[in-house]
Design a protein around this ligand. Structure first.
Ligand code: CP
Length: 317
């Protein structure tokens, strides 16, 4: 694995999940792989889980970690041919190769603008790091994808499923702020290559981009979508079509215990976190027996370890 930014970078999902589960059972078995290696984590946006789980994963594999909030450095320019006479002080053409001299792997977190769809969906920041860095680049969430989250989601479903091919529903839920499409885009991409029956449900206007939906089934009626579900993945996202807009805040889309009890197959509740209680999902769900969000967050570490292990094996030759 050279870089890790989407499903396109992995060869075998089942093998990656098996690797994560093996390391979860025996965390320090591959500590030798990261000896004398350093991972640089660069955050253009806030994080709790991704930052801590990736640091833990790198440390457990024997690496050293340098973590930096990008806003504590110089403002980086990403435009080709920019006349840098305004805010930005250094170009990615220098920044990425310089960082590559300090780290053997670079992790980057960058959110979308939610204003310029073309720029966001071209993945200007992560693609520039891939282009100009001389070491592997790992997405810690980019403008349109969150692959380490999605891999953790696949691992979690594998751990909790009661049948070979469970029904998984990705449900839009209301929110007070406009959020990226990265988590739902990525979740659908990964579910489309996992052994699950996926249904996506959301109000009209919240359709995800075709390139990410692939052949996933869409059902606008939440109650119909939830029928027989084994897993409900709650998530808000802003509109792709009317880019970055909030088109609906209907509280009837909130995930409730009543819906889990009466509409599903006693579904487990998943969310990437952070989550706004009693806006996206009720306290009763998060505090009740159906919620697996804490176990899901735990799997962020093992997902990151599986990815870093593959990269380290290649780096070590
Ligand atoms: N789920 C997730 O990526 O959490 P953070 O934003 O806290 O990293």
């Amino acid at each position: 694995m050279k870089h890790f930014t989407s499903t396109k970078d992995i060869a075998d999902l089942a093998a990656l999940v098996a690797s994560a589960r093996e390391m979860k059972a025996n965390p320090f078995a591959y500590e030798h792989l990261g000896k004398n290696k350093t991972m640089v984590l660069l955050f253009f946006n806030p994080s709790l889980r991704t930052r801590l789980s990736t640091e833990k994963a790198a440390n457990t594999l024997g690496m050293k970690v340098i973590s930096m909030n990008a806003d504590s450095g110089w403002v980086i320019e990403f435009e080709e041919g920019a006349v840098m006479n305004a805010g930005s002080a250094e170009h990615i053409k220098e920044a990425a190769p310089v960082i590559s001299q300090y780290g053997d792997i670079i992790g980057v977190r960058t959110f979308p603008t939610l204003k310029d769809r073309e720029r966001d969906y071209q993945e200007q920041v992560i693609e520039a790091f891939k282009r100009y860095a001389t070491v592997p680049v790992v997405s810690l969430e980019s403008a349109t994808r969150h692959p380490l989250q999605s891999l953790a989601d696949v691992i979690t479903i594998e751990e909790f499923k009661q049948k070979e091919r469970p029904k998984v529903v990705l449900s839009w839920a209301p929110h007070v702020r406009a959020l990226p499409q990265a988590v739902p885009n990525s979740f659908v991409e990964w579910m489309n290559i996992a052994n699950v029956d996926l249904v996506v449900t959301h109000p009209e206007g919240y359709e995800l981009a075709d390139a990410y939906m692939g052949g996933a089934k869409l059902e606008y009626n939440q109650e119909k979508a939830f029928e027989g579900a084994d897993f409900i993945y709650g998530k808000n996202w802003s509109s792709y079509r009317e880019y970055g807009q909030i088109l609906n805040q209907d509280p009837n889309w909130r995930i409730t215990q009543h819906k889990l009890d009466h509409w599903t197959n006693q579904a487990k509740f998943m969310h990437c976190l952070p989550v706004r209680r009693n806006v996206v999902v009720d306290d009763a769900v998060l505090d009740g027996p159906n919620s697996i969000v804490i176990a899901q967050a735990n799997n962020r570490t093992w997902a990151a370890m599986a990815v870093l292990r593959e990269i380290l094996v290649e780096l070590n030759g």
